[in-house]
Design a protein around this ligand. Structure first.
Ligand code: ZN
Length: 69
């Protein structure tokens, strides 16, 4: 039961500065068009650029999340 609640919170709540998709290797600013169009259940949150890149995600070339930090 605790695990179910944790899983729901993991996927439902904003958890950081940047967001990526489970189906790509790019991460975005929260106001990026791509971030907004992502299905909520497919979002992966990163607290910062180092966190995202540690997970093998790359900065989006459109919203340039590293520069806008
Ligand atoms: Zn983007």
């Amino acid at each position: 039961m605790v695990l179910v609640v944790a899983a729901v919170l993991f996927f439902a709540l904003p958890r950081g500065e940047f967001v990526g998709s489970r189906f790509s290797n790019k991460y975005h600013d929260l106001d990026c068009t791509w971030a907004k169009s992502m299905a909520r259940e497919n979002r992966i949150w990163f607290s910062d650029a180092a966190d995202a890149e540690a997970a093998d995600y790359l900065p989006c070339s459109e919203c340039d999340p590293v520069e806008s930090d």
